[in-house]
Design a protein around this ligand. Structure first.
Ligand SMILES: CC(C)(COP(=O)(O)OP(=O)(O)OC[C@H]1O[C@@H](n2cnc3c(N)ncnc32)[C@H](O)[C@@H]1OP(=O)(O)O)[C@@H](O)C(=O)NCCC(=O)NCCS
Length: 169
């Protein structure tokens, strides 16, 4: 199966919405993607295409980590989805790798993600607690981080905040 990865283009919006709704069984994540797009907060949005069909999507948006008035800016991976009939074939992994590589090339210092401990460490993420980064809403055990530059996490610790558009999920 040949799967191409490219940046979101105008005209992909409906397919991305349908993909998230199918993968999550609710349109909450799809609406978050739309809210991020409308707010100019889609730092990076990549789609996977198979025979022209959108079978995967990954979104990144700005995050801040704050401690003692000191702000560090990075990006957060959320949400991502692979079409239900195409999961567990590496499509998600390739989207993560492509998204992190592009984000690193664009100069972002670090990336956080909330997710399954069995999945994200395979892609270079480590527990955010190890860096003293805590999510403002708790559940820190599910928070992971990775540097996108050699010193990308230097001095980065404190409370993590995502964009408000992601509050719904
Ligand atoms: C999570 C998701 C994006 C992964 O994409 P993918 O293309 O299936 O991932 P890959 O093929 O690269 O990696 C497969 C690994 O993903 C994990 N995984 C996939 N589906 C999973 C599920 N339903 N529950 C837990 N882990 C899952 C497993 O660790 C799996 O590895 P394994 O097959 O060795 O157990 C995809 O399964 C999906 O869209 N799920 C529903 C939506 C979701 O939960 N999104 C993530 C939160 S933002």
């Amino acid at each position: 199966m040949h799967v191409e990865i490219r940046r979101e283009d105008s005209g992909d919006e409906a397919a991305i919405h349908a993909l998230h709704a199918a993968a999550f069984g609710t349109d909450a994540e799809a609406r978050c993607v739309e809210a991020l797009r409308a707010g100019g907060a889609l730092t990076l949005s990549l789609v996977s295409l198979s025979d022209g069909e959108v079978v995967g999507h990954i979104a990144f948006s700005p995050v801040v980590v704050e401690a003692g008035g000191r702000l560090a800016r990075g990006i957060g991976l959320a949400p991502m989805a692979v079409a239900p009939g195409r999961q567990r074939r590496g499509i998600g992994g390739r989207l993560i790798a492509a998204g992190l590589a592009a984000s690193s090339a664009e100069g972002h210092g670090f990336c956080v993600v909330l997710g399954h401990p069995g999945y994200y460490p395979r892609h270079g993420f480590v527990p955010a607690r190890a860096h003293g980064i805590r999510w403002e809403r708790g559940h820190d055990e599910a928070l992971f981080v990775q540097a996108l530059a050699p010193d990308g996490l230097a001095g980065v610790s404190g409370i993590l905040r995502y964009r408000p558009e992601l509050d719904a999920v």
